[in-house]
Design a binder for this molecule. Structure first.
Ligand SMILES: Cc1cc2nc3c(=O)[nH]c(=O)nc-3n(C[C@H](O)[C@H](O)[C@H](O)COP(=O)(O)OP(=O)(O)OC[C@H]3O[C@@H](n4cnc5c(N)ncnc54)[C@H](O)[C@@H]3O)c2cc1C
Length: 312
C-alpha cells in the first residue's frame, strides 16, 4: 500500500487490487494500482503518480458497463468518488460519483420530469453522461445542461453541444477527460405520476435483471436503421424496429444466441443481448462469445454489432 499525500488529506494508492468486485459483471484479474479520488486535488495527485511512474491511468465509475481483463491490468485504475448533490429550482447539480438512481429519485420527488424512464439503470451519473445512458426511448443527454470535466491540465465546463451526444455516444467516450460532475435541467412534471412511471419501469426491469445477476447490462448496442443498407433492412422484421433502432437482441436471437455458452459465460435463455457470468466467467469467454455472435449476425444480416460495454 502506498500513501500518497495531497494538500487536503492522504489518499491511498493500493497495489495489486482484485478487479472483479469493482464491476457488476464480476470478472477480472488484478490491477497494478488502484485508488479512489473524492476531489480534484486527489485526482491530480493520482495522475501525477501515474505520470511519474510512466504508467497509464484509466477511469472507473460504478463499474456497471465494463469488462476487466483476466490477467493483470497495467497502470493505475482511478475510481471517481466525487459526491454531492444539490437542487436549485429545476436544475440538479451532482458530483460524478452520485448514483444515477439518487439523481432520479431527487428529480422525481421535486416533480422534475426527464429522467424517470432511466429508473433502474445502475452506475453513477458520471458514467451515465459518458455513455449517454438511456432507456425506453430517452437518454440522459436530454436533460444535460453542462458537464464539468478535468482535461488533464485544468477543469472546465462543456456545454451539452460540446459533449456531442449521440445514441450511447459522447465526445467524453473518446477523449481522456475525467467527468467531475454535471448540471441537469428538467421540465416541470407531476411527482406522483413520475413516481408511478419509475416504479413500473423498475418492476419491469427486475424481471430481466434478477437481483444479484452478474452482468454489464445490454452487451451490444442496438443498431440505428439509418446506418444499415437496404439489403439488410429487407431481412428485418419491420415490426421489431423500435424508435429507429433494430434491437441487437432481435438480431442475436435470430442467430440462436439465447442459451449459448462459453466457459463460465452464457447468454440468457430469455434475452439474446444479455451476457451473464455464472460465477467463474472469464473475459476470454466473453470475447469468444462476442466474436462468434458478431460473425453470425454479420453473415446473416450484414450488420456489424458494436459493443456497448467497455473493455479495459
Ligand atoms: C443490470 C444492468 C442494467 C443496465 N441497463 C442499462 C440501460 O437500460 N441503459 C443503459 O444505457 N445502460 C444500462 N446499463 C449499463 C450501465 O449501467 C450504464 O452504462 C451506466 O451509465 C454506466 O455507469 P457506471 O458509473 O457504472 O460507469 P462504468 O461502468 O464505471 O464506466 C463506463 C465507462 O465510462 C467511463 N467513466 C465512468 N465514469 C467516468 C468519469 N467520471 N469520467 C470519465 N469517464 C468515466 C469508464 O472509463 C468506462 O469507459 C446496465 C447495466 C447493468 C449492470
Amino acid at each position: 500500500m502506498i500513501a500518497s499525500t495531497t494538500k487536503a488529506n492522504t489518499m491511498t494508492i493500493r497495489k495489486n487490487v482484485p478487479l472483479s468486485p469493482l464491476s457488476t459483471f464480476r470478472i477480472g484479474g488484478r490491477v497494478e494500482y488502484f485508488c479512489e479520488v473524492r476531489r480534484l486535488e486527489e485526482l491530480s495527485e493520482a495522475v501525477r503518480f501515474a505520470r511519474a511512474k510512466k504508467i497509464p491511468y484509466r477511469i472507473l465509475g460504478g463499474g456497471s458497463n465494463v469488462v476487466f481483463p483476466d490477467g493483470k491490468l497495467k497502470g493505475l485504475l482511478i475510481k471517481v468518488s466525487v459526491g454531492g448533490i444539490k437542487r436549485e429550482k429545476n436544475r440538479i447539480t451532482a458530483g460524478a460519483a452520485v448514483l444515477l438512481a439518487d439523481v432520479i429519485r431527487t428529480s422525481i420527488r421535486a416533480g422534475l420530469k426527464g429522467l424517470e424512464t432511466l429508473s433502474g439503470i445502475p452506475g453513477t451519473v458520471g458514467g451515465a453522461v459518458v455513455g449517454n445512458a438511456g432507456a425506453y426511448g430517452h437518454s440522459i443527454s436530454e436533460v444535460v445542461e453542462r458537464v464539468k470535466i478535468w482535461d488533464g491540465k485544468k477543469t472546465r465546463e462543456l456545454s451539452k453541444k460540446e459533449c456531442q451526444f449521440g445514441y450511447r455516444e459522447s465526445i467524453l467516450k473518446h477523449k481522456p477527460y475525467v467527468v467531475l460532475g454535471t448540471t441537469l435541467k428538467f421540465r416541470k412534471g407531476d411527482a406522483k405520476k413520475l413516481g408511478k412511471i419509475s416504479k413500473r419501469i423498475i418492476k419491469t426491469r427486475e424481471r430481466k435483471y434478477k437481483p444479484g445477476i452478474k452482468c454489464p447490462g445490454s452487451f451490444f448496442k442496438n443498431v440505428l436503421v439509418k446506418n444499415v443498407s437496404k439489403k439488410t433492412l429487407s431481412k428485418i422484421d419491420k415490426s421489431r424496429i423500435i424508435e429507429g433502432k433494430i434491437p441487437a437482441g432481435y438480431l442475436l436471437e435470430a442467430v440462436g444466441a439465447k442459451g449459448m455458452r462459453s466457459g463460465g459465460i452464457y447468454i440468457a435463455d430469455f434475452h439474446g443481448n444479455l451476457f451473464v457470468n455464472s460465477g467463474r466467467g472469464k473475459a476470454e469467454d466473453v470475447k469468444k462469445l462476442s466474436r462468434i455472435l458478431k460473425n453470425k449476425v454479420w453473415r446473416r444480416f450484414g450488420v456489424r454489432l458494436e459493443e456497448e460495454v467497455r473493455y479495459f
